[in-house]
Design a protein around this ligand. Structure first.
Ligand SMILES: [Zn+2]
Length: 222
């Protein structure tokens, strides 16, 4: 029995009974707080990293946490983004890249991808980020270049998101916020893009104002 199948049995016997109420409530509908776009990499566990329960994140995953720019061709990402933003009306979209990303390593070295034609074509959606690193990151070592690519790729995919009509409309109405993150597999660190400073900073600093407001609200309520 595969480990993951044995896990289902354990879930049904041990986990589900404890959360029965939550699952029954979720059967009536969903109202997620965010569309969470991240890499398919097996080392990313979204619920664990964000400490969220079922129903809180609408998740899209693909190699390289890529969002193709909007076009008239329908793809899985386009349809999922449209559904999350226009139907579910999520108030936030997070694009979360990560360290040790095989897709981003491939994007830096597309000659090594001749046996993976679809991967190679898909990574074309990260080409602008790769070229920024190649043109401006010459003085950096390999590790620093990869760090820069992870961040530039997240910024590029945030730009692509804005080309999707449903996203553009809800941003214009002030109903939707975009977030760019990079998760460090080894340390658990999450850095978030700060548009004002144009750099990635630790998530607790990036959301310090919001966290302080939450603390104040909590104080008022009690
Ligand atoms: Zn990855």
């Amino acid at each position: 029995m595969p480990h993951f199948a044995a896990g289902v049995v354990r879930f049904q016997n041990e986990v589900y009974p404890e959360k029965r109420e939550l699952f029954e409530k979720l059967s009536l509908g969903q109202s997620p707080e965010a569309l969470f776009i991240t890499c398919s990499d097996s080392r990313i566990e979204t619920a664990m990293i964000t400490q969220t329960e079922p129903g809180e994140l609408f998740i899209c995953r693909n190699a390289g946490n890529i969002v193709p720019p909007h076009s008239n061709q329908t793809g899985a990402m386009t349809a999922s983004i449209e559904f999350a933003v226009a139907a579910l009306k999520v108030p936030h979209i997070v694009i979360c890249g990560h360290t040790e990303c095989g897709a981003m390593k491939g994007a830096m070295n597309t000659e090594g991808l001749s046996a993976l034609p679809h991967v190679k074509e898909w990574l074309g959606f990260s080409r602008a980020a790769v070229e920024i690193v190649q043109e401006t990151g010459g003085a950096l070592n390999e590790t620093e270049q990869m760090e820069m690519l992870l961040e530039q790729n997240v910024i590029l995919q945030l730009q692509h998101l804005k080309t999707h009509p449903a996203v553009a409309v809800r941003i214009a109405k002030g109903e939707l916020k975009l977030h760019g993150w990079v998760y460090d597999i080894k340390t658990g660190a999450v850095n978030a893009y700060d548009e004002e400073q144009n750099k990635f900073i630790p998530v607790d600093q990036r959301y310090a104002a919001e966290m302080a407001m939450l603390a104040t609200d909590g104080g008022c309520a009690t």
